[in-house]
Ligand binder design. Structure first.
Ligand code: SAM
Length: 346
């Protein structure tokens, strides 16, 4: 089914813009698989995608893809695909514009519901919008590079929205405005019982691991698994180097950029803790959480424990009861429940 990626290709199909040619320098930010014409090999585009499942798809399709592109320079063109975070969109537009050579083209596309209009308005205040098209409930607009680079202060939504207790968090990550309520409810359960090799599934910017390292002195090794590259990098700062943790005898800590639905964590673990992802767009769907529970069950030996938090209305008990020997509700507060499951010998 056609979506905003098809809309992105419209100005190239109707020749308002020239397709990239071999030898030109084009990049794609927040990249995804594109409906490219056969004449354009995927590897002609240098892609940035920090979300591991999409990164793996791009790689499998032959795209040249990196979790992050440090410096964008001398670009003939830059395609920016809309992110759900306005601040990430602004940041990517600024990076793309400043990386273009004079006359280079910056193209932005996104669903109408993904906040594309405010970005077009914002960009229109910085330079002339060279063209714009709308189809498939989505909008594409483009700019032609001239004049000076944009300064950081053009960003309306600054990058770092939360800095406290030395946490480094930036826009686009889960709970970018500070610790999630569900995660705080879960962390109240962290104590001496949690020991040995422990994994944090969907670790985000590291809040739960930070609390584990602070509150559970019997942990010997802590492994963080997270699909978002920027979050992994933030966690590297937030967990091990946070003064409150660094001052204690910290466990060995490993960080894994990993898609838990397709890549196996390096267990076995004594404990897995998690606040699993449950959103697809704006809808709450337990399917991704169920995949996390399956991954936890596979990486725990008999007697190993899973401790997780979820919105009280998400029905994870059925999956837990199918895969674990016992399931217990340890706490319920502020719309969340904490569930503990013990693995049997099966
Ligand atoms: C509800 S958030 C919890 C984050 C963090 N543990 C906390 O408590 O603040 C779930 C996390 O799972 C990550 N995630 C989503 N899909 C994933 C996948 N397939 N593999 C690994 N992590 C994933 C998300 O990026 C997000 O950071």
């Amino acid at each position: 089914m056609a979506d905003f990626r098809n809309t992105l290709m419209l100005p190239f199909q109707n020749e308002a813009l020239q397709l990239p040619t071999t030898g030109e320098n084009w990049c794609v930010l927040n990249a995804d698989i594109l409906p490219l014409p056969e004449s354009i090999p995927a590897q002609i585009l240098t892609c940035e995608q920090g979300l591991r499942p999409t990164f793996l798809e791009l790689e499998a399709q032959g795209y040249s893809v990196h979790p992050t592109l440090e410096e964008l320079l001398n670009l003939d063109g830059c395609l920016v695909l809309a992110h759900r975070s306005r601040a990430v969109n602004e940041r990517n537009m600024l990076r793309g514009w400043n990386g273009l050579k004079p006359g280079g083209i910056l193209v932005f596309a996104g669903d109408k519901t993904a906040g594309v209009q405010p970005i077009r308005k914002w960009a229109g205040k910085l330079t002339e919008i060279a063209g714009s098209l709308s189809k498939h409930h989505a909008v594409v607009f483009w700019l032609c590079k001239h004049g000076d680079p944009w300064k950081q202060d053009v960003l309306q939504k600054p990058d770092s929205s939360f800095e406290r207790e030395d946490f480094r968090i930036s826009a686009g990550m889960f709970s970018a405005n500070g610790p999630d309520t569900g995660s705080q409810v879960l962390a109240e359960q962290f104590d001496n019982r949690i020991f040995g090799r422990v994994a944090d599934f969907g670790a985000g910017w590291g809040y739960l691991s930070y609390r584990l390292a602070k509150q559970c002195p019997r942990i010997e090794q802590l492994d963080l698994y997270e699909a978002d590259w920027m979050s992994v990098k933030a966690a590297e700062h937030n967990v091990a180097t946070a003064p409150a943790v660094a001052a204690t005898a910290t466990p060995a800590i490993n960080y894994h950029w990993c898609d838990l639905t397709s890549e196996a964590p390096r267990g076995p673990f004594n404990w897995v803790i998690m606040n699993p992802p449950f959103h697809s767009g704006r809808a709450a769907v337990p399917e991704l959480g169920n995949r996390f529970i399956e991954a936890a069950a596979r990486s725990l030996p008999s007697g190993g424990r899973l401790l997780m938090v979820a919105n009280t209305n998400l029905p994870y008990e059925k999956k837990l009861e199918a895969l674990f020997k016992t399931v217990e509700r340890k706490d319920q507060a502020k719309g969340f429940k904490v569930l503990e499951a013990i693995k049997g010998s099966r």
